[in-house]
Structure formats: structure tokens, C-alpha cells
Design a protein around this ligand. Structure first.
Ligand code: PBG
Length: 428
């Protein structure tokens, strides 16, 4: 059976559908993989078609062509019913009476077609949001703790990365800036500089790719000389309402540059309502808010903080990020964010917090986002490099599991790699 590797319905633009006006045929790439070729074009193939690698049926086909089958049927020659012969187990297999089972769940897993028919959850590049690290430099700088990730030069590497991601159907991006120390301050004022790195990058991206969705991070940590998400009082307390004031300015500045979704990741109280009001007051009624609703004080953020050089200069983030031991508290945050007008609720980290994703999914009708954070990414990468696990399979499974738990969208550093796999274009 040949199947177009369109991973899920609604994923137009990834595996561009076969246009019969230009489609001329399939060109084999390997014994099982074919590419659809367009007429008169040297352009890249527009679809990858792969023959199923699994045996579908145990009964042998007679191998007749459709015409021969028809002719045989017209002539009254029908195939015999399948033989009653039962394939044997190996020598020594015990002979037993069949168990009297009214339910044998394995029946629905019998063949690839049945398994595909009953698959409850699907994964599509349209579910992914691709986090991108940017900096002022020209070069792309590899991030040691996150193999395969770079701080991208905002003028070059960023545009190229977005181009490649779009090519495999990823159209949503979230930007994280690496801010030079000289621009950091205790009140993080660079966060709302309209000509700062993030607003400039948004404008450039929107100019080049007007149809992409740009998410931004709203928090002070990349801009704070203290490395905290908020303003630090002299006694070390993170000031809530004063920080919210700065976050509103930051969100409005990002909206002004063309951001589609602003995403407060700071965990201050009351920031969703305040940001909603600030955006509306400036005429940005159409800009959405994705709230980091349940963001835990997690050790899984380590590699990210290295990437942005944003480690807190003292202490930790436990007075604002949630205690990993807590479950019910996520509902308190959910109720607040819903009431304050969030458009999307996010849970972070992802895989170790599947129960929280499910909790939010069952208690809110809003879309749910999961963030597969840097530490999760790096662990899978490291396991793959050391050949302890199959990186690609674990990557795909972990993403599928986040969807199964209830996430609509997934922020993941694997976005482009996973989308490439879904499009049948490995090793991208
Ligand atoms: C900061 C922010 C963090 C991440 C996203 N936004 C780090 C933190 O809270 O310290 C972490 C993402 C990751 O680890 O991939 N507002």
C-alpha cells in the first residue's frame, strides 16, 4: 500500500497536495520511497510517497491486474474463500483451548490500516511552535548544552531557519533574545525598547513571511542584570505589581512590532488582565495572550539559561514559579488566567508534567500548550548521541504523548526535525 505521508488532516502546505495539472508521476528514491514529480520543473519534489514497510495481509494476492480480476469475475470465476489452514507455532508450542474471551483488544491492532483507523491522537507540523534563540551577531553560535540549537544571527540565520521550518510545515515561532550585558539593568527597561532586538527581528520576519505566527516571551530575565523574571527589591523579594507594569510595556512594544501572540512566562500575579488591558488600550485587541499558566520551578530549564546566559545571579525562582510537588495549585492559576482573559494556557515543562496538561485540558475549554523544555530536549539528544536510545523514535513518541495528554500545541526545539520526519524528509 502506498500512502502519501501527510501526517494529519489539515496539514496543508507541508506535503503540498498533488496538483494533477502538474503531476506527472512518481520517481523512485529507494525501494520503498517515491517522490511526486512536477511537469517541466527542476524544482524540489512536491510530495514524498512511501510504500508501506509492513506486510498488510497474510493471505497471498493472486497478483492479477484490475482488468484480469474484472474479467475473471465477469466469467464467473471468483476467488476461493481463504483456506481454513491455521499457521503453526514453532515446535514445542503448547496446545491449548482458546481462552473464552469476549474481548480481544488485539483484534483492533491487527494491521497497519486498522491501527491507523483507530489512532486517537495525531501529530502534525501545524501543532508545533519552534523556539528560536537570537542575538545581535552575524554568525550562528552553537549552544553547547543543546546540540543542534544555535543562537541565530537575527539578520541571516534567523531568516534561514524560518525558511527551512516553513518548508516542512512549521509556521509558528517563539523568539528568545540573548541580550548583551551592557543593555541589562535592574528594571529591565530594554525589554520595551521598540528598536530592541526582539521588535527588530519581529519586523524583519513579518516583512519576509507575513503569514507566520510570531509568539513572544514576556518576562524580564533576558534583560535583567539580576537574571530574574521581575524587579528585585533590596531585600531580594521579586516585586509583583511593579514588574507587571514593565511587562505591560514589553507586551505592547512586541505587539507594536507585529507579534501575534504575547506569552507571559514570568508567573507574576495578575499579569494577564493587566496585559490584556494594556494591549486593548493601544488598539491591539487582535493580539492574543498565551499564558504560562502552570510554570514550575524546574531544573529542566538549565540548558536554556546557558543559551541565554540568563541564570539568576542569586537565589532561585521558587517565589514565583510553582512547586513541582503541586497539582491542585495549577487549578488556581487556571481559574485566574481564564478569568483574566488568556487565550491559550501553557504547561511547562512538558513530559514530566503530563498530569498537569491533562488537568488543564479537563478543566478548561481553552487551547492548551505544552512546552517541551530545553532539559527534555537535551536529554533525548544526549541519549541519542550515546546510542542509548533511538533519538528519532523517542522524539516522536514524546511529542505524541504530549498531544495525548491534552496539548493542542507544543513548543519544542525538535519542531523542525520532527516536522521533517512527518514529511518523510529525514536528515534535514
Ligand atoms: C524565562 C523563560 C525560561 C524558559 C522560557 N522562558 C527560563 C526560566 O524560567 O528560567 C525556559 C525554556 C526552556 O528551558 O526551554 N522567562
Amino acid at each position: 500500500m502506498a500512502s502519501i505521508l501527510s501526517p494529519a488532516p489539515g496539514n496543508v502546505g507541508v506535503v503540498r497536495s498533488i496538483d494533477d495539472k502538474i503531476y506527472v508521476g512518481l520517481r523512485p528514491l529507494s525501494t520503498r520511497t517515491y517522490v511526486a514529480v512536477a511537469r517541466g520543473s527542476k524544482a524540489r519534489p512536491f510530495a514524498v510517497v512511501r510504500a508501506s514497510s509492513e506486510k498488510e495481509v497474510s493471505v497471498k494476492s493472486s497478483g492479477l491486474s484490475i482488468e484480469e480480476c474484472e474479467a475473471a469475475a465477469v466469467a464467473g470465476k471468483f476467488p476461493d474463500p481463504p483456506p481454513l489452514y491455521r499457521p503453526q507455532g514453532p515446535k514445542g508450542t503448547p496446545v491449548v483451548q482458546p481462552l473464552p474471551l469476549s474481548r480481544r483488544p488485539r483484534r483492533n491492532r491487527k494491521s497497519p490500516a486498522l491501527r491507523a483507523a483507530f489512532q486517537e491522537t495525531t501529530l502534525s507540523p501545524s501543532n508545533f511552535v519552534h523556539p528560536l534563540f537570537i542575538h545581535e551577531g552575524e554568525e550562528d553560535v552553537p549552544i553547547g548544552a543543546m546540540p543542534g540549537c544555535f543562537r541565530l544571527g537575527w539578520r541571516h540565520g534567523l531568516l534561514e531557519e524560518v525558511y527551512k521550518a516553513r518548508d516542512v510545515g512549521v509556521n509558528s515561532f517563539v523568539l528568545f533574545p540573548k541580550i548583551p550585558d551592557a543593555l541589562k539593568s535592574q528594571t529591565g527597561d530594554e525589554a520595551y525598547n521598540d528598536n530592541g532586538l526582539v521588535p527588530r527581528a519581529i519586523r524583519l520576519l513579518k516583512d519576509k513571511y507575513p503569514d507566520i505566527v510570531i509568539y513572544t516571551d514576556v518576562a524580564l530575565d533576558p534583560y535583567s542584570s539580576d537574571g530574574h523574571d521581575g524587579i528585585v527589591r533590596e531585600d531580594g523579594v521579586i516585586m509583583n505589581d511593579e514588574t507587571v507594569h514593565q511587562l505591560c510595556r514589553q507586551a505592547v512594544s512586541q505587539a507594536r512590532a507585529g507579534a501575534d501572540v504575547v506569552s507571559p512566562s514570568d508567573m507574576m500575579d495578575g499579569r494577564i488582565l493587566a496585559i490584556r488591558m494594556a494591549l486593548d488600550a493601544e488598539g491591539f485587541q487582535d493580539v492574543s495572550i498565551m499564558s504560562y499558566t502552570a510554570k514550575y520551578a524546574s531544573a529542566f530549564y538549565g540548558p536554556f539559561r546557558e543559551a541565554l546566559d540568563s541564570n539568576p545571579r542569586f537565589g532561585d525562582k521558587k517565589t514565583y514559579q510553582m512547586n513541582p510537588a503541586n497539582y491542585r495549585e495549577a487549578l488556581v492559576e487556571t481559574e485566574a488566567d481564564e478569568a483574566e482573559g488568556a487565550d491559550i494556557l501553557l504547561v511547562k515543562p512538558g513530559l514530566p508534567y503530563l498530569d498537569i496538561i491533562r488537568l488543564l485540558r479537563d478543566n478548561s475549554s481553552l487551547p492548551i500548550a505544552a512546552y517541551q523544555v530545553s532539559g527534555e530536549y537535551s536529554m533525548i539528544k544526549a541519549g541519542g548521541v550515546l546510542k542509548m536510545i533511538d533519538e528519532e523514535k523517542v522524539m516522536m513518541e514524546s511529542l505524541l504523548c504530549l498531544r495525548r495528554a491534552g496539548a493542542d500545541i507544543i513548543l519544542t526545539y525538535f519542531a523542525r526535525q520532527a516536522a521533517s520526519v512527518l514529511c518523510g524528509m529525514k536528515g534535514n
